[in-house]
Design a protein around this ligand. Sequence first.
Ligand code: 9MR
Length: 360
Amino acid sequence: MRRRDFVLGAMGAGLASTGALDPFVRGDLTARAVPARGPIPYGAAVRTDLLDTEFDYKQAIVDHCQLVVGEGGLKWFDLRPSQDQFVFDQPDRLIDFADQNGMQMRGHTLAWYGAMPDWTNSIGSASEAERELVHHITTVVGRYRGRVPSWDVVNEAIAEQPESGATIRGSIWQERLGKRYIELALRTAAAADPSAQLVINDYNIENPTQQCRDRRQALLDLLRDLKDRDVPLHAVGIQGHLPGDMDIDKEGLSRFVETVKGMQLDVLVTELDVIDNKLPAREYDRDQVVAARAHEFLSAISEAARPSAILTWGITDRYTWVPMWFKRDDGKPNRPLPLDAGCRPKALMKVIDEFTRAAE
Ligand code: 9MR
């Protein structure tokens, strides 16, 4: 079977079970004969600007991925330098790269509190916010209609520490429109591309802490409410930025995934990496702990349901967001990703192989 067929099969099969439209029916089916790694597609966040200059980086993505997602490029900060501008250079480049190499591009992200350009602070009223959000989503999703099979429509909507009555995170959208911005974003995305898989994406739900339990509950309450009102929504993205020194709440995470599946929603792993600032210095030991932590996480999810994709947030330790927030005290470089800085596979890549092939 060809690579593209696997991607179609794995992500499409998930949706078919929900009764939602297959997100790939509009896709270009002229796949090339590249061997696939397993029935669950693997992908990575890509720094598009490096594709033309770093050959080994580009080759690593071609060799390992069936999916790509821009680490930036589709965020408001990148796309909307001013109110009347859309700068599509990066996502256009990435989707061409995906097409040329038999991959698919996921879209990240349409409504988020982060990476907002300053001019959006001047959005003053509810009607203005509604107009801007609808215009943005209609333009961006519409441009790639039928070509981007899956969108992180709403990113990180759950409050850092949800408390009763205040479970939605503050953002320009939440402040101007209240919680209804989530429904508005989803309905607008569905209208712009009825065939796309629409995803709510969030993090910090996998550890055995009260904060994670509260965040899981708040997310489930949000999903329930959207489903009850027939808002178009197809999947939950579990980011999976795993603190390496913390256990996974395997039971809590499995139960969360079961509950999500019970709502006829699929689950994807969208941004996996292991934050290794508190892990042992010795590289071999650190890589083993990183792999074991990801294994715990992926098995908790997979025991409850087969994820429709697994993506890591970057592919090589050479390019990762982790040191921006989690530098090591000993000054050694972070190693959160499946390939080392020289693009050689580490233990984490074996774990990803195991789980992407798990359903064979
Ligand atoms: O890795 C991304 C980094 O390069 C950007 O500067 C930052 C702000 O746009 O976003 C990072 O990606 C985040 C993603 O969009 C949402 N989940 C958390 C990711 C890591 O911070």
